[in-house]
Design a protein around this ligand. Structure first.
Ligand code: KG4
Ligand code: ZN
Length: 340
């Protein structure tokens, strides 16, 4: 198989990023992402605006990916696309585009599960990154999901813990909104946390049994805390913003690491990977790395550009499924709720 010359075009449009990538034998040749700025004005993703922006972006983004990879469409072996989970209107744009292009070029179409892709992004061939050994634990942390997954093999995955309410990315974004930060707030909280004292303010961690998570209580605790402090000092947030951000981030990281410790103990697995937008967070990256010394873990932290939504991760799943001959047919449908 390795002697084959396989080119995959991958398309991702599950939420508010329109992305396309070209992969050659497991290596990324181009990885283009168009972020949709429009949602910033609304403090969150507006589904109807997202699908409209995907429609505008998809042709130029795919075109750019092909040009940057310096190939032409006749060299493509297959087209991979995100089937779900995600916003229906957004998914439909990528799905329809992928279907028609695959039909036009008469090449296989490959459907990809977005959450599997966040995990399998670790298998993209990159010089300084080791691939995880099976079985490993993957914690997927994004704006829509928070899961701990036992990965037995590429397509043999088992969710062993997940959030019962908000995703961890929402905890960052909603806390940021309370503090008056822009959307999405995760990157700014991360930046400010580096300048603040993580122990300045204490927020109690939610008590959730087993490997499940809960983040909605934390958001409420932060809201009440801010309201109380602002009553006595109207400038409280401005005066303590970095400390507040550092304390929120510290609390969230504590919650995530506690659950990973428990999952590792319960399964006996010490190979641990993270994925999804929140795995861009410098604090969680450091905390995971520290786990190597503290708990004897071997950790896998994705390359920065493969953390938030991108099509390179869709391409690697497309490539692995291509090698298995696991294709979709033209009747495949976008699916908003798709399980791992
Ligand atoms: O995976 P992703 O791009 O989209 C979803 O599938 O949801 O994740 C987006 C989420 C947002 O909630 C954003 O605030 C968060 O990832 N995020 C971060 C950081 N960068 C992105 N959260 C904390 N720290 C960061 N550096
Ligand atoms: Zn995602």
């Amino acid at each position: 198989m390795s002697s084959q010359n396989i080119y995959i075009l991958a398309i991702e449009s599950s939420c508010d990023d329109t992305a396309a990538a070209i992969m050659h034998n497991g290596k990324i040749l181009s990885n283009i992402v168009a972020n949709q700025k429009i949602h910033e004005d609304y403090g969150g993703v507006v589904p109807e605006l997202a699908s409209r922006a995907h429609q505008q972006n998809i042709v130029p983004v795919v075109d750019q990916a092909i040009k940057k990879a310096n190939i032409n469409t006749s060299q493509l072996n297959a087209i991979a696309f995100t089937r779900g989970p995600g916003l229906m209107g957004s998914l439909l744009v990528g799905t329809s585009f992928a279907k028609s292009l695959a039909y036009g070029l008469d090449i296989p179409l490959i459907d990809v599960n977005h959450m599997q892709a966040h995990i399998l992004a670790h298998f993209i061939k990159e010089p300084d990154f080791d691939k995880p050994e099976f079985p490993f634990l993957a914690m997927t942390i994004s704006g829509g999901h928070t899961q701990i997954v036992k990965v037995n093999h590429y397509f043999d995955m088992e969710v062993i813990g997940e959030t019962i309410d908000d995703a961890v990315g929402e905890a960052f974004d909603k806390s940021g909104k309370i503090l008056g930060l822009g959307y999405p707030a995760g990157p700014e909280i991360d930046k400010r946390a580096k300048l603040g004292n993580p122990k300045a303010f204490k927020f109690t961690k939610p008590k959730v049994d087993g490997l499940n998570f809960s983040f909605s209580g934390l958001k409420t605790a932060i809201l009440y805390f801010i309201q109380r402090e602002v009553k006595t000092n109207p400038n409280f947030v401005q005066e303590h913003l970095n400390d507040i951000c550092a304390s929120i981030q510290y609390t969230i990281i504590g919650i995530l690491i506690d659950k990973l410790k428990l999952a590792s103990k319960q399964t006996g697995i010490k190979h641990i990977a993270i994925g999804g937008g929140v795995s861009a967070n410098s604090g969680i990256r450091q905390a995971l790395k520290d786990g190597e010394q503290k708990f004897g873990w071997t950790t896998y932290i994705p390359k920065f550009e493969y953390t938030t939504d991108n099509a390179a991760m869709i391409a690697i799943v497309g490539y692995l499924k291509y090698l298995d001959g696991d294709y979709a047919d033209q009747s495949v449908m976008a699916t908003a709720r798709l399980k791992i």
